[in-house]
Design a protein around this ligand. Structure first.
Ligand code: ADP
Ligand code: MG
Length: 816
């Protein structure tokens, strides 16, 4: 080792002789640092030495960023002093340093780090059980019951929680500067001596501590609104300050800068400093120090739960290093690598959980519901149109699944208007032809009613194989109690073939005689839990979920990783494009004139009222008022209907039917018409206050028109001029492709709102970005690979992983 240190000393001596111009080695001291570290680390023995070496490397790396020779000289002195310390430790024969408060052999937690010394990692105890991570935080040095209580408020109860409490962002204090180079508004770090300290009271009576800090290039005043600083800042003491440079009366000042003594490891200054979310009740400094101590003490020995093969194939950082770097990154690049590793873990756990759900689900026996060609031909004949190629393909996939003795779990995905209902109807037909029952669940009453009407019309043209009509029933929350009870009895007795309804269907009291197929429409409106409850209604029924929300593949795999996917990537023929225009409110009259012309040509229109608040009743009130105004002042000669969420089931039904039959010219509605409504003669939709809706919602609204043979139009009224809404409205004008819009929305807002991930029942992702396709794909690949050999994670080498996956899914586990 002395070789490496000799070389270091020679280089530094040369650098000094040459006047600190960073010319002593080719490429500069920072380049030298990397090579030197590789050499020396192979030789150092104790964690303490390693720590010193790392500090030296950090100083060497930062050396070129220093501008003044004075600062450079100081850094070189510091390096030499540290090198000296390592050499001395080496010279002593019994150099194995036992930290002042070394861990007791029996006590799993790390050592108490002495207050004034950097935290030292414990001696390596490879046999330490992983359960150590689940030790309560009170096992950590300096954490008493009171602190534990406060940490608990941040959701931190165990050492694991603390290590996984990731920073929200980082302050870059890694650039060292001399005082004469400081600039206003800059975030930076200086090293200086305390020249003078005073405390005084401000006019408001607060105690202020003011210090003059100097280096050889100048002085700067630093102010703290913290009386305790007076005890810390002894004149003459060398300290490091980090913060944003400000001015006061024309001079540069630092207000409440972060600081620490120079002779310590950098935690709050001089590096990328972590900023943690929510620190109420604990000081940011205290938390940062606690995490630093814990990271230093625990991460070097942490056992990685990821199998080595996975880590090597995906070139991922080891867990301990990733945790250390995510909290206290040495540079942006290592931070990125740490993020990638830990995001991978989250995706990997999600995928493993999903695969396991799917595996368990599919290993339960299901009832095969084969459909023969002749039976399906009869269905096709009853349809008023020919199925598209995409519909035929999806249907084939579904029927193949249903013929198996393991239950289907399939997602049918297709943009608005792609004709998912017909496919679902065909599947239901196959089910009832086997003497089973089928159920279709819709997210709103209006939609359930529409499905009921449409399917009743279709199945009227068909005969049940038992030689009788097909029996359908509608079950919604607004059904009177008596009728509801009767219907429950009929369903339980097997007197109904197809039940259509809302979430009333999944209430405990509904029992089926022989449920064979459950179809869930507009899946994104339902949570995973609801899906699960519907499944429990039958003896492992086949499940088909349908979504009009075209989501990017990454997201589909994340949210529906437990499902197979069929896609309708083709619209029925003859569809007209929908032209979309964004108008300013001043142009409202033009929009009305346009609507009038369409109605005169025999078409119909929707007018969507602006969203008032998150409350249905204020939306309803606004819609009532808007309907009155439009009917009385704008279209007195036309027939306008009103639809809002506060209306009774049969009122809504009556209005919808009147609109469907063409008895109303314009339907004024709240966002209740968002999904599923199908009135092919409607050709214009005007959306007021369009900026208040998300892209997904706007796309769904627009899907209400363009369903027939006539050219259709979507008018967005909005005076939005803020960035996001403007981009949304422009995107609507530019494309009608739901996938492109979904991708756009993902970029603009993140996945939460669009896809209902919040209600999806999945564990929250802390680091993983749903837009991060590459990492997700990699995680999925690896999960499948692992799953193929050890689906239940029962091999001994997967026990750590198994525990971690369980931990991750804890409280979110029951997917199937
Ligand atoms: P979504 O996929 O949005 O649920 P729907 O199932 O409501 O779409 O279908 C939209 C409209 O297209 C309905 O009026 C339906 O009757 C019609 N449709 C569905 N499939 C076809 C087809 N193959 N040819 C013509 N029209 C079709
Ligand atoms: Mg639909």
């Amino acid at each position: 080792m002395s070789d490496a240190f000799d070389r270091l000393k020679k280089v530094l001596a040369l650098e000094r002789r040459q006047g600190f111009r960073n010319r002593a080695v080719i490429g500069g001291l920072d380049k030298f640092a990397a090579r030197w570290e590789a050499d020396v680390l192979a030789e150092v023995k104790t964690p303490e030495q390693r720590e010193q070496v790392q500090a030296i490397v950090a100083l060497l790396m930062g050396y070129p960023t220093l501008e003044s020779p004075v600062a450079r000289e100081r850094v070189i002195d510091d390096i030499l002093a540290r090198a000296q310390r390592v050499m001395e430790a080496e010279a002593r024969p019994s150099a194995e340093p036992v930290p002042a408060a070394a861990p007791q052999p029996t006590a799993p937690p790390p050592p108490k780090a002495p207050a004034e010394r950097p935290a030292r990692p414990p001696r390596k105890r490879p046999s330490e059980p992983a359960a150590g991570l689940d030790a309560p935080v009170t096992r950590l040095p300096g954490v008493g019951p009171r602190h534990a209580q406060r940490l608990a408020k941040l959701g931190i109860r165990t050492v694991r929680d603390l290590l996984w409490h990731f920073p929200r962002r980082y302050e870059d204090y890694s650039t060292l500067k001399t005082i004469d180079h400081l600039q206003v508004g800059e975030e930076c770090t200086i090293i200086g001596n305390v020249w003078d300290v005073q405390s005084r009271r401000s006019r408001s009576g607060r105690e202020i501590v003011q210090a003059i800090i100097g280096d050889s290039t100048g002085t700067i005043q630093a102010t703290w609104f913290n009386p305790y600083m007076i005890r810390q800042l002894k004149p003459g003491r060398a300290i490091v300050l980090s913060g944003k440079i400000d001015t006061y009366l024309g001079r540069l000042v630092l207000t409440n800068p972060e600081w620490e003594p120079l002779d310590r490891q950098f935690i709050h200054t001089g590096r990328l400093v972590p900023i943690y979310p929510m620190t109420q009740g604990v000081s940011a400094r205290w938390l940062r120090r606690l995490i630093k101590q814990t990271v230093d003490a625990w991460t070097p020995n942490i056992e990685d739960y990821l199998p080595d093969g996975v880590r090597e194939r995906q070139d991922l950082m080891p867990l301990g290093q990733a945790l250390a770097q995510i909290h206290f990154p040495d540079n942006w690049d290592l931070l990125e690598q740490a993020r990638r590793r830990l995001s991978f873990d989250e995706f990997f756990f999600i995928q493993l959980g999903m695969l396991r759900q799917r595996h368990r689900w599919q290993h339960q026996p299901g009832r095969p519901l084969p459909a023969n060609a002749e039976v399906m031909e009869r269905f096709r004949e009853a349809l008023p149109f020919q199925l598209t190629r995409a519909q035929e393909r999806a249907l084939r996939e579904i029927l193949e699944d249903m013929a198996q003795s393991r239950p289907m779990s399939r997602l049918l995905q297709g943009d608005v208007g792609s004709g998912k209902t017909a496919v679902a109807a065909a599947a239901m037909w196959a089910a009832i032809c086997n003497g089973a029952q089928a159920v279709l669940m819709a997210p709103t009453e209006i939609l359930a009613e529409q499905h009921y009407r449409g399917l009743s019309r279709l199945f009227e043209r068909l005969q049940h194989p038992e030689g009788r009509p097909v029996r359908l029933a509608l079950l919604t929350g607004s059904l009177p109690e008596g009728e509801k009870r009767q219907l429950h009895e009929a369903i339980a007795a097997g007197e109904v073939d197809i039940v259509i309804g809302t979430h009333a269907l999944i209430q405990e009291t509904v029992q089926f005689a022989s449920l064979g197929l459950a179809v869930i429409d507009e899946q994104h409106r339902f949570g995973v839990a609801q899906r699960a409850r519907l499944r429990q209604k039958g003896y492992n029924p086949h499940v088909l979920v349908m979504s009009a929300t075209p989501i990017p593949r990454t997201l589909a795999l994340t949210l529906y990783g437990d499902l197979d996917i069929s896609v309708l990537d083709e619209l029925p023929p003859g569809r007209q494009p929908i032209r979309t225009r964004w108008l300013r409110p001043l142009e409202r009259e033009r929009a009305y004139a346009f609507i009038r012309r369409q109605i005169e040509a025999g078409r119909q229109a929707f007018i969507i009222c602006p969203l008032v608040e998150e409350s249905e009743s204020s939306d309803a009130k606004a819609a009532i008022e808007e309907h009155r105004r439009l009917q009385e002042e704008v279209f007195p000669d036309l027939k306008l209907g009103l639809l809002h969420g506060r209306m009774k089931g049969e009122e809504k039904d009556a209005v919808m039917q009147a609109f469907s039959r063409g008895e109303l010219d314009i339907l004024v509605a709240t966002s209740v018409v968002e999904v599923g409504i199908d009135v092919p003669n409607a050709t214009v939709i005007l959306i007021e206050g369009a900026e208040r809706f998300g892209l997904a919602q706007l796309h769904q609204f627009r899907g209400r028109v363009g369903r027939g043979e006539h050219p259709s139009y979507c008018i967005l009224l909005s005076d939005a001029d803020s960035g996001d809404s403007e981009e949304r409205l422009k995107a609507m004008e530019q494309t009608q492709d739901g996938f492109i819009l979904a991708q756009k929305d993902l970029e603009l807002r993140g996945p939460g709102d669009f896809f209902g991930t919040r209600q999806s029942g999945l564990p929250p992702l802390h680091l993983a970005q749903l837009g991060d396709v590459r990492t997700l794909e990699a995680a999925r690949e690896e999960a499948k690979r692992l799953f193929a050999v050890d689906p239940e994670l029962s091999l001994p080498e997967h026990q750590l992983l198994r525990a971690q996956v369980a931990q991750f899914w804890h409280g979110h586990g029951d997917l199937s």
